[in-house]
Design a protein around this ligand. Sequence first.
Ligand code: CEZ
Length: 799
Amino acid sequence: MIHPSSDGNYYELTDPVSLPKASGFLWNETMLIRATCRGYAASLFMQPEPSKYSYGPNMEAKTFMLPEPSYYAHHPGRFVYVKDEGDKALLFSAPYEPVRRRPERFAFQVWKHKLLWLAECGGIEITMSLGLPKHDPLELWRIKVKNLSGRKRSLSVYPYFTVGYMSWMNQGGQYNEELKAIVCSCVSPYQKSEDYPKIKEYKDKTFLWANHPPVAWETSLERFEGEGGLSSPEAISLERLSNGDCQYETMAAVTQYRLEMGVGDEREFEFIFGPAKDEKEILSLSSRYGDEFDAVEREYSSYIARGEGVLRISTPDAGLDNYVNNWLPRQVYYHGITNRMCTDPQTRNYIQDAMGMSYITPKTARDMFLLALSQQKKNGEMPDGILLSPQAELKYINQIPHSDHCVWLPISLAAYLDETGDYALLDEEVPFANSVENADSGETATVSRHIDFAMDWLFNDRDERGLNYIRQGDWCDPLNMVGYKGKGVSGWLAMASAYALRSWAAICGESGRQSAAEQYLAKAGEINTAINSRLWDGDWYARGITDDGVLFGVSADKEGKIFLNVQSWAILCGAADENKKQKLMRSVEKYLESPYGVEMLAPVYTAMREDIGRLTQKHPGIVENGSVYNHAAVFYIYALYVAGENDSAFRLLRKMLPGESDEDIIRRGQMPVFIPNYYRGGYSQFPRTAGRSSHLFNTGTVSWYYRCLVDGLFGLRGTKAGLSVHPTFPSNWNEASVTRYFRGAKIHVDIRREPDVREITVLCEGKPLIGNVLTDISGGKDYQLTVKLPLSESKLSPR
Ligand code: CEZ
């Protein structure tokens, strides 16, 4: 059903029915497209806000990529109809929708730099491949028709690209001979005159250019479908498409090619599909990219290949190897480059995505940290979103006050400094946000002072119990009514603040600020005392206390008895002693662990709790309401590695990837080429839907997944002095090898359990390393390390 290519370059699905929503995604600096194995596609491009160029047949909200997309016959997509002029009975469409005639041979290949579909029906093979250019928001399609039937064939082939309903103000389409393109135009709807200057610059045209002019075309969806509908369009039953235009009607871009195919003949076509401002731009885009597909593909492939990360692993687990070596760094890179396709990324997302880029292109991470800090308020508070351009503005969720954004600074910076040793960053002078109380004072402070201010803000933003106010949300966005009256506190945020203070204390210690280190460590301790005196419920920690002083996330609750995040972070911040740690781990395993991973809370909420908020209104088992919300799950996995619970950590790390059984893959419904933000949860209450992937690849999980591999599983973590070597394998792993790219050096690490070894021993070219740290590493050099592990477990050295 699905298998990786031997070189890891692509993952292949060989039937369109078992995983109907299986998809891959491609992006570049200005666009993102998710396409499914059956030909449906959701795409958006930035101008500068997210916009569309291919719509469904009705008004659609221009919003972010949604979880659990629902597909329907008229959902936007890219399809090729084939009609055998000699045998009218043979009508099929590649890759599968909308005709849904089961192909004799099918393949959907998700490559890192392209998507490819193959469908063979009645001896005719159609191959479709989609690539993008590095910069412009354009789709570059190659469509190949092959006659495998051993006899002459006379075919009509109809590439059908959905355009849909573009605007209620103005929309129409026609074929432009000169441009060799179908051009559909609209005026983006607006009512405020002050919006006109912006609107008039919009790319309000969608065009389909072809390198070979068609014999006929169609621009009207209704005329194309006629009474036949999309599964058997009336227009295809006719000799020729109508060559008609479209006047304020729902549009489609359909071309027709008549092919006389000899035995074994094949014909290839190239199409460019995408938005443009005007005909002039269509001409320049088609002349720049038409006939340049090979060169563009090479350039785009090397652009994507830059996201390859610092680990090449070979372990007893081939599925994990394939994901970590090929797909994980790609997804981390996607986040760091595209900022999830928005101009005001949520601050916590932005800073955690920067953490991930520390393992991909550290310079990008450095710039992201500096930009985020330059938008810090003078009082140390961080904004809810980071504005990526002067025109950008805080929108949607960024207009709602959340209290957690400061914690991510030292926590993410720790990974960056581990990876790069770039402690000079801490001395960089950075300005503060332009604000009423700080109107462009031009005042700056070092990165260190900026984070001091953020830590002080966090430490001071606590109530009389010593716990942090939650306002309208912390890491969990929809926990919006716990503290909106100004009294409610977040147990998780208190723990995250203590962990942030400990992380910052360690960095201060490493950068010679010993007294600051002691101060922040003491402050973390003070918060941990408050946590243990207020939030321990007996077998796990409570999630928080509402405005009305009600503890929630406790055994007394009917729903939402136990929340995962406060269990993970109680381990990370050090509040949980060994006894509490054992108890909370047992509780997590008992109440939250499912075959698809560890759930965010349980039992799921099935009714509104007005003292908690819209989280409780989310459908049971999705997103934050008790799904396997992978971002929360990976926090727990990292905490387990910190606590030396390596087998549990690895078990859950592995559950985040679909497979290996077909049954598990079909249940999740996706290929292991990305980690989704969640798998449906509520396993004990809603087993029928549990495990389903959200198919949404925007998630802070992947940065932390990478950190779990570097700090935990392979324990090849940077320190100021060099590379500390401390693998924490699951007990059923006896050996593995890793190539670790670190500060310009290439370090080959062979790790093996040895019977007579009492504790981890690391040899470099045969000589034991002091403290198991490889120091004085010079860039461009290769190193060979041999690591001997005891047969029994070893603990990960806490920071
Ligand atoms: O968005 C994510 C945020 O991007 O939700 C996470 C949060 O930590 C991330 O920063 C957990 O709440 O507003 C909503 O209800 C949405 O559910 C968002 O919470 C959620 C999106 O679904 C994307 O996952």
